[in-house]
Design a protein around this ligand. Sequence first.
Ligand SMILES: Cc1cc2nc3c(=O)[nH]c(=O)nc-3n(C[C@H](O)[C@H](O)[C@H](O)COP(=O)(O)OP(=O)(O)OC[C@H]3O[C@@H](n4cnc5c(N)ncnc54)[C@H](O)[C@@H]3O)c2cc1C
Length: 163
Amino acid sequence: MSNGMTRREREVTDINEIKSILDTAKVLHLGLVDGDEPYVVPMNYGYTMVDGKLTVYLHGARRGRKLDLIRANPKVFFELDCGITPFEGDIACRYGITYESVMGRGKAVIVEDIEEKKLALSVLMKTQTGKDFDFEDKMAEIVSVIRIDVIKYTAKRRPMPKK
Ligand SMILES: Cc1cc2nc3c(=O)[nH]c(=O)nc-3n(C[C@H](O)[C@H](O)[C@H](O)COP(=O)(O)OP(=O)(O)OC[C@H]3O[C@@H](n4cnc5c(N)ncnc54)[C@H](O)[C@@H]3O)c2cc1C
């Protein structure tokens, strides 16, 4: 299995550029393993980046398929993207789309500690809105929080072609 990126010149390695993608995308596609089948679920997210280490937070209802799958197998993969602009070409194969994206693999942890849940919800709201929110215990108790300890991530950008 190849771990290298095709079109290597499109790889984004600058941490501030990667954070800009994470700040902009808003929706993450979470890939889970259901026995021998994949399962993908779109979700809003928050993140922290400390010394290049990426941690992702998700929240939702306290039950459902994705939680059952994480309990059975915490291995996850995710993708998020932004900057989507279609462009035209003179022939079909020069049509395309601009994008910026981040993909990564990690281990999902269902967070039970109430202080960590409240912190995660604040991080999530900061990523989603740019604003600071505080949470009371009862607000955190009624939702589930998933933390993804990201093991490896990559970022890629396809810019608008020069005319
Ligand atoms: C843009 C976007 C952002 C979202 N943000 C969040 C979020 O932050 N937190 C959150 O908990 N949920 C969010 N959702 C909803 C999320 O996609 C799931 O529907 C929800 O989390 C329930 O997932 P589950 O695995 O527990 O499914 P269950 O409720 O257990 O559903 C079981 C079945 O329902 C179907 N199903 C579930 N979700 C979807 C879906 N989105 N579209 C079509 N079929 C579906 C699938 O066939 C699945 O097997 C978002 C959805 C979208 C489109």
